[in-house]
Design a protein around this ligand. Sequence first.
Ligand code: ATP
Ligand code: MG
Length: 131
Amino acid sequence: MICKPDAVERGLAGEILARIEAKGLRLAAAELRVIEPDVAELHYAEHRGQPFFDGLVKFISRSPSLVMVVEGPEDTWRIVRSLMGVTNPADAAPGTIRGDLATMTSENLVHGSDGPDSARREIALFFPTLR
Ligand code: ATP
Ligand code: MG
């Protein structure tokens, strides 16, 4: 999971992490860091060619993100995604992070892996030394 630059800039990283922890999930790793454009392009490779791709890379690398590995029961990625809410904050349900705290798809505060394969890939990309 990532608290994107807008979340850190707005001082919402603590609120977001509090929701993750209150749900019963735990941090296995975390680092505040700038996601450089080359890493951002790898992270969002599935979206290469989309009209929003360049803006997405620019946004995600503009200031530090809180990059995290969140640990919990089987299919923790699904729990995180449901806490996040859907991609467009205008459609995200109240009670979700995006539904409560964001207004725009381009600045929707959080990223969450969308399955076990992407979780493995993203953990390896951001925390290559994590066992
Ligand atoms: P994320 O991968 O960041 O967790 P997501 O899985 O909900 O978000 P994706 O479809 O993977 O959504 O899109 C990745 C990110 O690209 C979105 O979070 C959003 O910031 C941006 N994005 C997606 N679609 C659009 C769009 N139509 N216009 C602008 N930005 C978009
Ligand atoms: Mg996604």
